[in-house]
Write a protein that binds this ligand. Sequence first.
Ligand code: AP5
Ligand code: MG
Length: 181
Amino acid sequence: MKNRLLFIGPPGAGKGTQAQMICNSNDFCHLSTGELLRAEVASGTDVGRKAAELMSRGELVKDELVLQIVRTRLDCLSGGWLLDGFPRNVSQAASLDQLLADINQQIELVILLKLDDSALLQRLILRGRDDDTEEIIANRIEVYHQKTAPLIEFYTSQGLLEVVDADGTVNDVNSRIKSIL
Ligand code: AP5
Ligand code: MG
């Protein structure tokens, strides 16, 4: 079974939901940069103050701040792991490769959770997180298409990418992911 994984996909595709299920049942470390950043904002740290305004508009937080947070969690990479929402652009992907090379590790599999924009919007509006307003969701989806979607080609060319249909129930999607792992 593969145990060094990335989940990529647009906001609302179910990365967090599915990552949690896979990590709970396999004892992998789940590293979500979105959750780590929200925790920094909630604690009012320096990083949190710098990140908050960008997050509230659905823009990406600066690469250096994100990498700073990831570096504090390198302990997460000692066993099986699943990165969710990181990397978010090609520059972060290159930094991740470097960071993994330094600790003699490699990504084994990248799963792209794929879902139509209209379904994403519906799911997120229902959830109602602070950044789940129609206007901010639209910007997050736009940022995804512009900055994160190029990772599809980046990881396809390395033979690492598998696409999973993220439509259907949580359990349907989970079964599809498990069958690939
Ligand atoms: P982040 O927290 O990563 O948010 P996101 O990418 O916008 O994605 P979401 O967490 O909203 O969606 P998800 O795919 O995890 O879906 P979920 O499982 O929650 O990032 C937030 C912000 O932080 C960014 O905008 C940026 O500012 C910053 N940031 C984070 N990482 C960064 C980085 N690396 N670089 C720079 N900036 C960064 O599901 C969504 C909803 O749908 C839930 O309510 C869930 O219950 C429901 N749901 C899930 N699956 C299903 C299903 N199959 N059927 C029906 N409902 C479902
Ligand atoms: Mg998430």
